[in-house]
Ligand binder design. Structure first.
Ligand code: DGL
Length: 262
């Protein structure tokens, strides 16, 4: 099986990590679209165009059988169009784990950290309005403009990143939030800092594991035999922090720079 995965940058590697822990006998082709990062501050039309271009590249060059949109922002903007364009491909997206958070919370106060585009998107609004019927749940939504750039620069413990997160998380701490949804695949990379600012009294919800399980069941239904070696090929459209990649994915082929779209 050949699996195409993409994100605006490093974030989707947190999904690759979860997939690599579960899937065997496959080739993973990962595209980090750093030339266009951050997606979260682009229009839905721009994000859809980037996503379609990457999907076409993965199909033409690598003949993928499955496409994982390892980005909440691109899922929100483009998943419908991707499914319309490629009806025979297994296509899985990433959505903020609000439902699992509702199952975990004890205080019924849940934080959601995401990009501005994800929180504004129709998909998230629909998800939240379907869940708002749930008695007594209070959602503390926080857009985090600039956080993806900090992570892309490798500043996962810097003073500036700490200052940004402290400003966003202090109201959550004061309001007894015990569960935070990481609604962007980059944010698990600042997990340690988030836990520290929340005084280690918080559970963080990310969705990489659920995506990996979903992919395994869909691919096995199509005949994939989950045995044998896994190879990971990494591509980037712009600059990327290679030391961070090596920390997340221990075993991968050399990173190649490619040109996709404009
Ligand atoms: N990892 C992407 C997400 O999950 C980041 C989007 C961005 O580049 O702003 O939303």
């Amino acid at each position: 099986m050949k699996i195409g995965i993409f994100d605006s940058g490093l974030g989707g590697l947190t999904v690759v990590e979860a997939i690599a822990a579960l899937i065997k006998g496959a080739e993973i082709y990962y595209v980090a679209d750093t030339k266009h990062a951050p997606y979260g501050e682009k229009t839905p039309e721009q994000i859809t165009q980037y996503s379609l271009n990457i999907a076409q590249y993965l199909i033409d060059r690598h003949q993928i059988d499955a496409l994982i949109v390892a980005c909440n922002t691109a899922t929100s903007a483009a998943i419908g169009q991707l499914r319309e364009h490629y009806p025979s491909l297994i296509i899985l997206g990433t959505e903020p784990g609000v439902k699992p958070a509702i199952q975990c919370t004890k205080t019924k106060n849940i934080g959601v950290l995401a990009t501005p585009a994800t929180l504004k998107g129709e998909k998230y609004q629909q998800l939240v309005s379907a869940l708002s019927a749930q008695e007594g749940i209070r959602l503390f939504e926080q857009a985090c403009p600039g956080l993806v750039e900090q992570i892309e620069k490798g500043e996962i413990q810097s003073a500036k990143t700490r200052e940004m997160l402290t400003a966003w998380l202090t109201p959550m701490l004061q309001n007894n939030v015990d569960t935070i949804v990481l609604g962007c695949t980059h944010y698990p990379l600042v997990e340690a800092l988030i836990k520290e600012i929340m005084q280690h009294k918080v559970q963080l919800i990310q969705t990489g594991g659920a995506i990996a399980r979903h992919l395994l069941s869909q691919s096995e239904a199509k005949g994939h035999i989950n045995a044998g070696p896994l190879r990971i090929f990494l591509y980037t459209t712009g600059e990327i922090q290679t030391p961070i990649i090596d920390q997340i994915i221990k075993d991968h082929e050399p990173i190649k720079k490619i040109n996709i779209g404009n």
